[in-house]
Design a protein around this ligand. Sequence first.
Ligand SMILES: [Zn+2]
Length: 149
Amino acid sequence: MKPIDIKSLINYVALKILGGSDYLLDALEEYLVNGEGPAIVAHKYNISKHQLRGYAQRIIEKSGSELRAKKVIPILKEISKDVKPIVVRDENGVYTCSVCYTVIAKEDAEEHVRKYHKDVLTLTIARMEEKLNEIRAKKAKPVIFTSAS
Ligand SMILES: [Zn+2]
């Protein structure tokens, strides 16, 4: 089995949240961990079933298996709970970057963050890694992040 790519998972989640998709882990927890139907979850977060399955697929790939994805989602939630989107959607559905006040299309949000606010992204990733290390240090037996698991 492929080892878990935690760096890539953190990177993916950080970029999604900063880009305004801060519902990502809640949606994935409901769909993958709690086993809610994709139609219900997609509707709740105002995304398509196709998008939801796409997110789940990416997380499963980076985790190495569905079982590991289910274990890693609550941890990703824990380490990203203080991360706030920098691209925000107003009541008219307009997406604006709260750092440079540029109006952007939703589909360009992540690219915008990666391209123009790499410093914020880098800092966010570093903080998430730091929190992960704190969690690891607290656990007597780190089960899921070792390459042998
Ligand atoms: Zn910006």
